[in-house]
Design a protein around this ligand. Sequence first.
Ligand code: SF4
Ligand code: SF4
Length: 372
Amino acid sequence: MAENLPSPGEQVVIAKPALQSVFKALDSAGYTLIAPVLRNEAIIYDEVSSVDELPIGWTAETGPGHYRLEQRGDESFFGFPAGPSTWKGYLYPSRLKLFSVSKNGGGYQTVPNQDVSPSYAFIGVRACELAAIAIQDRVFIEGPFQDPHYEARREKAFILAVNCTEPGETCFCASMGAGPRCTQAFDLALTELRDAFVIEIGSPLGARMLLDVEWSFAGALELGRADQKITDAENQMGRTLDTSDLPGLLYDNLEHPRWDDVAERCLSCTNCTLVCPTCFCSDMKDISDLTGANTERVRVWDSCFNPDFSYVHGGHLRPNIRARYRQWLTHKLASWIDQFGTSGCVGCGRCITWCPVGIDLTEEIAAIRDEA
Ligand code: SF4
Ligand code: SF4
């Protein structure tokens, strides 16, 4: 065990079994560990206490409307592409009580949600997911309106990132400048080699989680092997997206016939927005008990593909699927930039994989560009 801890920016090597000591240190520090696990024939994020719960030796084959688990034939800890879960589900829960109102004598008493937000340690966050969290930070913390629930969860989150060495067939984070190398906002970032992890220190807090871990500084050989794996991943992206002047392309083609074509295929099922790590639309529901004396206001995820989402007095602003798909794609890749100074897409490929009819936004953009 080294007596001094490494500093942010330095890279160390640990043996693979030593990752359990990092888990133990996070647990002792009071974090709830959330990591990839095998559930319901997919790799999703859930609470864990041991590295044995990671999907060791598993990967997934992805494609448009296609996801199948496969055994890798090795003992890789993080050798799989992104599954349907996102960290959004923990920082911005799909259902959250905002406040409750109860009858109190002749009046009413309002009580805000004062639940203490959990301290999460996110294990295995990919570069595209770090980029997605940064986008949601802009929306919920850095914009004109702040979401205190998101902010409280985000401020306490510990991030153990993983440089992606296994992009899926639907991935295009390299095109979006969002991956596969982790470059921002992590406490620790590891690259998996066959028999060890190379770990980059991102913060003093991250370094402290190595207190009970046997580590040594990474040498040129390990750094070279780690770098090569990330470069290989970049060259193996299943998709590319030409991002040149996307706002101009989309704003100039609002009546393009391709919108009719995609509307014929889209089911308006909302899957693409629910699996997207950046989509943030929500609705409010007021739920009363049977006595009528107590009501809760709850925030739930919504989707621009829901007909009711754009219903206003007098009718629907987007009365058909053509209008809804066009709104989604144009917001993601054009008006999001006007609003938040960044694209709303990080190229994770989830919306392609989990679209039941395999609609692929990279294909839609290419078609509009070709025919424009
Ligand atoms: S739009 Fe699709 S590819 Fe882009 S971030 Fe959302 S889910 Fe990922
Ligand atoms: S694009 Fe696909 S996932 Fe999105 S609403 Fe249409 S059918 Fe559903």
